[in-house]
Every structure is written in structure tokens, then in C-alpha cells.
Design a protein around this ligand. Structure first.
Ligand code: CA
Length: 581
């Protein structure tokens, strides 16, 4: 008995030395962009700048960067790994394909626990079985799943604290974005714009999962607020019924909020981009189709829409405006920068939504000749809109060549902004598509496009281009071309560096001022995820997830053929300098 007791105590002993983990508070999240010891939110700060003040790894030392550890996600099913790790309380929380999440000991790279969400057979993610990351609050780590649930787990044990169904996966709903926490509210969107879902943003209590408010992103739908017992009260219709959506199609109008949002404590607003209006065939839904392909500024506490800016009215090319709205200071004012899927970079007053500037960040744009800065509207080139099939043989409209391709001048891969250089670092792609419209009717759970397409490269030698963009002038300061389309995110640091991954498998570090390549490392599979950095015990670390997949191999047409030599995988790499500086 005594022996058994001793063994038990010996087994328990190490627990006594585990420091009590600090609860993640709202104040910590509001300060997350300056917290060098943790990475507490998607975007490395809820503003989404992906800028770190750390300087140990810099233009002079980065050549000495070597792996500290690597961790495999394992499993037979791999596919795209688009996740940004969260660093908190000495742990890394990293999500993986097929709705998995791992907690890893930062010092050793040892697995602490994993949670594999039980997914039904019939999930319907449009663009691979990806997840982009988790959120942390209190002692919980929270992420969304491919069957449209939110799951909150205990950071120390991986045990489920709460689980909430967001919507019906059989109708096309899913979650791939990292949740946002702003003013103590857990704010999430939905994916499913290719299935005629109705986009929305929801606010919840992060500790209990209880719904606080729900705001649809399609004009005509009612918003709600909820009391402590879950009783719903109407909180006003989004927009005005039938104003920009004549007819009935707004009832299945898309505008999914699939990239999640950013939050700027300086303005007190949360910013969510919205996807394409459904279906793709624009002739079936005359009008601007608010608030599809837009940026919405919301009050995080009530969900009220404070302003909206629509980048592609009556979108006909699947130009989801879901891209991140990254706030920054310029000329003494607070603005947001957005590299839109439609090929234009927008600079917008973050408080009022007033358009300040809009300029192309790719070389070829066929759908509009520019953006009218007075009205904020694009100058459409009417001949380059795919035509109405009912005006021809009724089966297929005219085929037009359009650029950018529907996968976008930029897609899910987040850009970075450096207050040090005043530049945005944008992972752009140069490609076009043949596109035509077809008749379509809504059917629950069916693809709701009403269009056909083939994506094509525009240049022989490259599709991707990492571009340094000056938001003041609209100039491209430098660019680094890449053979395959770029699909990973970007990070920049006060060490004068820009980090980004490539589908060819490299994590690269380049000079933030010139783009000159200073370091690269082959991770073993394609990188389609954004890097992060933090410090621990006086040592700066860099981490990135590796694992080729995402929308390109599924939808890329001729482009997919160009990159089909790339191998799948699923791991996270951590780097530090070979010698301590
Ligand atoms: Ca879309």
C-alpha cells in the first residue's frame, strides 16, 4: 500500500511545479499587438497588423535561424493547413485540417493534448477542410468547426467547456475562420456563400457560448438580441427590404462572413468582410445586393452596423470582399487597409467608412477601369461582365475573360502592415479566368453558382507576387515573384523583416525595405498559413504551419495542373537563432 502511495505521489509530483496559468482577460487582448511574450489573437493583435516589435531576429541575424522543434498533426487525412498558432501561457494552440486542435508545450514541442472534432460525413466546405485558428479567453481556447459548431476547451486539459451549434451544415454552413474577441464578446461569422446560405455575424459570451446578438449581412433579414434566458428580441432589419435586392433572391443571398473579423480598440469597432452575393450569375439578382462583397463596421457589444462600404456592387465574378480590414495610422488619422479579392487596395477611414483612396495592387484588372473616389463606386467595364443566358440560347451566356480570377488578386492569406516602413505587405496573385453564366435555382445543400469558369495563369514565369504597397501613394515599392500562387499569410517585424511562406514549401524572410531574400527553410510541404513570432526567456521564436492544400488544388483549373507536384503534409515548425545574441 505504501509503495503504491509513493508511486502515486511520484506520478503527481510534477503537477505541483506547473505554474497556475493566467486567465486571458479583455485588457490582455486589447494590448495583444504589443505583447511580445504571447500571440493572443488571430492577426497578432486584433487589429490584424501582424507586426511584432521584436528585434532579436533581424536583417543581420536572420541567416542563423534554425529549427527549434517541429510537430506533426499526424492522421491519414491531411489536406490544407491554413492555421495561425496562438501562443499563451507557455502553450501553443494550433488548429489543423478536419477540425482538429492541438496544445503543445512551447519549450519542448511535446503534445499536451489534442481534440479531434467528430465530423459528419456530409460536411460541405467549399474550399478544403481547413481551419485558420483559435481564440483564447479566460481559461478557454475556442474554435469553429466544419459542421458549423463552436467548441470551447479548457486550455490545460482539452476538456470541452461548452459547444454550440451555429447552423445546419447540411444547408452549406461551416466555420473555417478564427473567432474574434472584442470588448469581451466572442464574435464569429459563417462560411457557405457558394450554397446560398445567409451571411451573418454573431456575438456570444466567450465563457458560456450564450448568444448575445445576431446581425445578418444580407439586406432584408432581421437581426436579434438575446436576453440571459436566450429569449430573442428583434433588433431591426439589415438595410431596407428589397431596396438593393429586388425580388426574392435575398432570402438565399450569400454574403458569408467566412474570414472572420478584426477589431480596433482605437475606434471601438469590429470589421467584417462579406463574400459574394448568391448565386454568382448577377443577372438573376439586379441591384447592388447589399451588404455582399463589402466591409462592415460593427459595434461589438450590440452588433449594430455603424458603416458599410461595398467594393463590388452586383458582383458577377465571385469577388468576395471577405479580406481582412487592417487598421493603421496615417497622416494623424486612423484608417483601414484592405487588399480586396477584386484587385483594388482600399484605404478607408476606420471611424466613418469614408473612402480615402483605392488603387490596383495587381497588373491586370478587366472588370472595372478604376474606383471613383467621390462616389466610392467602381467604374464598371460593361463588356467584361459575363452575359445573361436568358438573352441567348437560355443555357449559357457569353464567355468573357476576366482578371483577377475568382480565386482573387488576394484570397484568405492575410497581409501585414509595418508601422516602421509604413508599408503593407500583400500576398497577391496574377491570374485570370474564362467565366460564363448559366441558369440556376436554389436547392438546399446544392452548389448555388449559376456560372462556369476555367482559371488561367497570366504569365509563364509566375502567379504569386509578394508586394510592398504604400497606402499613401498607391505605389508598389517592391515585389517578389513566385511561381505558384501565394496562399500563406505574411508577418513583419521591427527587425526590418517580412516573413511569408510559399506553396513550394519555403518559409522565407526578406528585407522589409527592399524585398531582398535573406533566409529560407524548406518545411516539407506547401505553406498556406501565416507565421507568428514571440519571445520566451530572452529568446525570439518564429513559427509557421506547413501543409499544402486549400482552394487552389480544388478549383484552380490549369493553375492546379501547374502545382500538382506539391505534396500534402501537416505540421508546425518553430525556429530560433542558432546562437543566443
Ligand atoms: Ca465566394
Amino acid at each position: 500500500m505504501k509503495t503504491r502511495m509513493t508511486i502515486l505521489l511520484a506520478g503527481l509530483a510534477p503537477l505541483a511545479f506547473i505554474a497556475q496559468a493566467a486567465d486571458i482577460t479583455n485588457a490582455m487582448l486589447e494590448n495583444a499587438a504589443k505583447d511580445t511574450k504571447n500571440v493572443l489573437s488571430f492577426g497578432m493583435g486584433t487589429q490584424g497588423q501582424r507586426f511584432s516589435t521584436l528585434t532579436q531576429i533581424n536583417t543581420k541575424t536572420v541567416g542563423q535561424l534554425v529549427p527549434a522543434w517541429s510537430f506533426s498533426f499526424g492522421g491519414e487525412k491531411q489536406r490544407g493547413q491554413e492555421s495561425q498558432p496562438i501562443i499563451a501561457n507557455g502553450k501553443m494552440f494550433v488548429t489543423a485540417s478536419y477540425s482538429r486542435i492541438y496544445a503543445i508545450d512551447l519549450k519542448t514541442g511535446n503534445k499536451l493534448w489534442k481534440y479531434e472534432h467528430r465530423l459528419p460525413e456530409a460536411i460541405m466546405p467549399c474550399c478544403d477542410v481547413v481551419n485558420r485558428g483559435a481564440a483564447v479567453y479566460g481559461n478557454l481556447v475556442i474554435f469553429g468547426t466544419l459542421d458549423a459548431q463552436l467548441v470551447a476547451l479548457d486550455q490545460n486539459t482539452g476538456k470541452i467547456a461548452w459547444k454550440e451549434k451555429i447552423d445546419d451544415y447540411a444547408a452549406g454552413y461551416s466555420i473555417t475562420a478564427a473567432p474574434l474577441i472584442a470588448k469581451g464578446v466572442l464574435i464569429t461569422g459563417v462560411s457557405g456563400g457558394e450554397f446560398g446560405i445567409v451571411g451573418r455575424v454573431e456575438g456570444r459570451d466567450p465563457l458560456t457560448g450564450e448568444l448575445l446578438w445576431m446581425r445578418p449581412t444580407v439586406e432584408g433579414h432581421m437581426g436579434y438580441k438575446y436576453d440571459k434566458d436566450g429569449k430573442a428580441t428583434e433588433a431591426g432589419v439589415t438595410g431596407t427590404v428589397n431596396k438593393s435586392w429586388p425580388g426574392e433572391l435575398w432570402k438565399t443571398g450569400g454574403a458569408s462572413t467566412w474570414m472572420g473579423g478584426t477589431y480596433d480598440p482605437a475606434t471601438g469597432l469590429a470589421y467584417f468582410g462579406t463574400g459574394n452575393p448568391a448565386p454568382w450569375n448577377s443577372h438573376l439578382r439586379p441591384g447592388d445586393n447589399l451588404y455582399s462583397s463589402s466591409t462592415l463596421a460593427l459595434d461589438p457589444v450590440t452588433g449594430q452596423i455603424k458603416w458599410a462600404y461595398q467594393s463590388t456592387p452586383n458582383d458577377s465574378w465571385d469577388f468576395d470582399g471577405a479580406n481582412e480590414f487592417v487598421t493603421f495610422d496615417m497622416n494623424g488619422k486612423r484608417y483601414g487597409g484592405k487588399a480586396d479579392r477584386n484587385g483594388f487596395f482600399y484605404v478607408i477611414d476606420a471611424k466613418t467608412g469614408q473612402l480615402q483612396n483605392a488603387f490596383p495592387f495587381v497588373n491586370k484588372i478587366t472588370w472595372a477601369s478604376g474606383i471613383d473616389l467621390k462616389t466610392g463606386r467602381p467604374n464598371f467595364i460593361a463588356a467584361n461582365r459575363p452575359s445573361d443566358p436568358t438573352k441567348g440560347d437560355g443555357k449559357k451566356g457569353s464567355t468573357v475573360f476576366a482578371a483577377p480570377a475568382f480565386l482573387g488578386a488576394k484570397n484568405q492569406m492575410p497581409m501585414a502592415y509595418s508601422p516602421q516602413t509604413g508599408l503593407f505587405y500583400v500576398p497577391a496573385n496574377e491570374w485570370g479566368m474564362e467565366i460564363w453564366n448559366e441558369p440556376i435555382t436554389y436547392k438546399k445543400g446544392g452548389a448555388y453558382l449559376g456560372a462556369g469558369f476555367t482559371i488561367k495563369p497570366l504569365n509563364d514565369d509566375y502567379i504569386g507576387a509578394l508586394r510592398a504597397v504604400d497606402p499613401k501613394t498607391g505605389k508598389i515599392v517592391w515585389e517578389n515573384k513566385n511561381s505558384a500562387p501565394l496562399w500563406g499569410g505574411v508577418m513583419t517585424t521591427a527587425g526590418g523583416l517580412v516573413f511569408y511562406g510559399t506553396p513550394e514549401g519555403f518559409l522565407k524572410a526578406v528585407d522589409a525595405k527592399s524585398g531582398k531574400e535573406l533566409w529560407k527553410f524548406q518545411t516539407g510541404s506547401g505553406v498556406v498559413a501565416p507565421p507568428v513570432t514571440w519571445e520566451d526567456g530572452g529568446v525570439q521564436y518564429v513559427a509557421v504551419v506547413s501543409g499544402w492544400g486549400g482552394a487552389v488544388p480544388l478549383w484552380g483549373g490549369e493553375v492546379a495542373k501547374k502545382v500538382n507536384f506539391l505534396e500534402q503534409g501537416g505540421s508546425v515548425w518553430v525556429f530560433k537563432l542558432a546562437t543566443k545574441i
